[in-house]
Write a protein that binds this ligand. Structure first.
Ligand SMILES: [Zn+2]
Length: 123
């Protein structure tokens, strides 16, 4: 049995840099509406910026679910104690915005279905 040294090819420095950029660079996104840097992990730096909070909540689905449950079961004061009043205020705003968006999209869907039915009847 002859031993061939077919190990993986060494990647070049340039390739390594490219890969590092691809996998390990923390992408500092910005919230488009306000231009603030978006922290993907922590609560927004700009405590009073609703856009930042909105982006924060949309990227933290699990946290939103947990907060929603805590809110339903124990009320606003409990969420205040847990995460702070600012968080709770922004959370309720986020939820009502989401509800409104959902209602609007449902209304749109309903309208589309109606339109389709009308088209089908025309056949
Ligand atoms: Zn902002």
């Amino acid at each position: 049995m002859t031993e061939h040294n077919h190990g993986p090819q060494q990647i070049t420095d340039a390739q390594l840099r490219e890969l590092r950029g691809k996998y390990f660079t923390v992408v500092h996104k910005r919230t488009p509406e306000c231009g603030h840097h978006l922290d993907m992990i922590n609560e927004p730096t700009f405590r009073n910026c609703e856009y930042c909070w909105f982006s924060f909540f949309t990227t933290h689905g699990e946290l939103v679910n947990v907060t929603h449950e805590a809110f339903q079961e124990h009320g606003a004061a409990f969420v205040d104690k847990l995460r702070g009043r600012k968080y709770r205020t922004m959370f309720t705003r986020f939820m009502s915005t989401m509800n409104r968006l959902r209602e609007e999209s449902e209304k749109l869907k309903e309208q589309e279905t109606n339109d389709q039915e009308r088209t089908n009847e025309g056949d």
